[in-house]
Structures are given as C-alpha cells and as structure tokens.
Design a binder for this molecule. Structure first.
Ligand SMILES: NC(=O)c1ccc[n+]([C@@H]2O[C@H](COP(=O)([O-])OP(=O)(O)OC[C@H]3O[C@@H](n4cnc5c(N)ncnc54)[C@H](OP(=O)(O)O)[C@@H]3O)[C@@H](O)[C@H]2O)c1
Length: 210
C-alpha cells in the first residue's frame, strides 16, 4: 500500500492523478481540495473507498496544518482497517468455521500470508513500504500459530502460505493459476505430524519468498 497526497485534485491534471492512482485499490489517495463537497459528489459514482478528501487552501497556511492532521487520521485509520480485515476478520473466520473443519477428513486451514510480514527480510533489506499491510499480516501469522497451538491436538493444521508475487496487482508477474498450484502443493505436503502446524512459509514451502 502507498499513500498519495494530490493537490489541485478537484479538476484538471490533479483530478486525473486522483483517478489514475485510486484505480489501484492498494493505494490510499488523499485529495487536497478547497471544496470537499463539490469534488465528493463529482466522484460518487466511482465507488472508490480508497479516496479521501481533506480541506486545504494553498493560500491559507493554517488550513494546510489542519490538512496534515486530517491526513494523519486517515492513514492511521488505514492501519486499523487492515487489522480489522486481516486479523480480527480472520480470527472470526477461524472460530466460526472450526466446527465444520473438525468434522472434515483433511482438517487443514490455509491462510494466505505474505513475505512482506517476514521481520528478518524487513530488517535485512530495510523494507519500509506497505507498513499497515505487513504489520497486520505479521499479526495474522501469530493468530495462525496460536490456533495451531490450540487445535493441533485435534489434528487441525493451521498454516500461513505466501502465494508469491501474483499478478492481481500491477507489479507482479506470477499468474494466479500457477500461484494456486504452488500453494496447494505446499498445503498438501504440510501436516501436523510433520511439525508444520502454525508455520509461515512461501509458495516453495520454505522462507524463500520470491
Ligand atoms: N497478489 C499478491 O502478489 C499477493 C502476495 C502475497 C500475499 N497475497 C495475499 O493473497 C490474498 C489474496 O490477494 P489478491 O492479490 O488476490 O487480492 P485482491 O485481488 O485484492 O482480492 C482480494 C479479495 O479479497 C476480498 N476481500 C477484501 N476485503 C474483504 C472483506 N472485508 N471481506 C470479504 N472479502 C474481502 C475481495 O473482495 P471484493 O471484490 O468484494 O473486494 C477480493 O475477492 C490476500 O490475503 C493477500 O494478502 C497476495
């Protein structure tokens, strides 16, 4: 995820930047405008939840200071939102579906994680991008470990698997079909008996992410 601030976002080239950058749902795009209501109604039909407007007039210094505060609230909100979906949402999902999983023969819960959540990789390469996403996925990895700790005695495998850099976004080249084959292959080989419960691995089944 990247956050962009676009000034002059109400029309012209700024408006085109707003449209272009927000077409990638992984971006947060903040438009700095003088008239929020006007531009909000102009883009209402786009239905893009990743666009936010803050009031700011380049000829009014105080309004720019207020815009910084409003922007900090919006980007902080992004972290909360990521946590709600990736951590709280998945924990609810695990809990609610567990009775069905326990009745099944295979008993495997596969969570799509990401190499971005690997603390050692972030440290080694100073990867500062995608903070809220990476932080929420790292927390999700811990949720997977905790559920595994509790349910491995019942034969349930919980595992987090990174699918690779898959072409559902703009900067990836692995086809979704291939990623699915890789993830399923790792999932099939993994088992509680082999000690895979609660682990977090790549589509190669190890810590090689790309
Ligand atoms: N693509 C990659 O390179 C890559 C790399 C590492 C990990 N991953 C992980 O793989 C998973 C899928 O990624 P993707 O690239 O396929 O993402 P995507 O193209 O953005 O698709 C996300 C899917 O999740 C659904 N979704 C989002 N928020 C939801 C919510 N609150 N409740 C229910 N469904 C929701 C979306 O449904 P709507 O259409 O309704 O929004 C959509 O079907 C993610 O967990 C991602 O972190 C992807």
């Amino acid at each position: 995820m990247a956050a962009y601030i676009v000034t002059g976002a109400s029309r012209g080239i700024g408006f085109a930047f707003l449209q272009n950058l927000s077409s990638n749902s992984a971006n947060i795009v903040i438009g700095l405008v003088r008239n929020k209501a006007g531009v909000e109604s102009k883009i209402a039909a786009w239905n893009r939840t990743n666009i936010h407007f803050v009031q700011g007039d380049l000829n009014d210094y105080d309004s720019l200071e207020r815009a910084v505060e409003a922007t900090a609230e919006i980007t902080g909100g992004a972290l909360v939102e990521m946590f709600r979906t990736n951590v709280v949402g998945n924990v609810h999902l695990f809990n609610l579906f567990l009775p069905l999983v326990l009745k099944g023969n295979v008993k495997k819960v596969i969570t799509l994680s990401t190499g971005m959540a690997d603390i050692e990789i972030a440290r080694a390469y100073n990867i500062h991008e995608n903070g809220p996403y990476a932080i929420s996925k790292a927390a999700l990895n811990m949720a997977v470990a905790k559920f595994s700790a509790e349910y491995s005695k019942d034969g349930v495998l919980f595992i987090g698997i990174c699918p690779g850099l898959v072409d559902t976004s703009r900067y990836a080249n692995v086809a979704p079909d291939d990623a699915v084959k890789d993830v399923l292959s790792v999932a099939k080989k993994a088992s509680v008996a082999n000690g895979d419960g609660g682990s977090y691995v790549s589509h190669f089944g190890n810590k090689t992410w790309l």
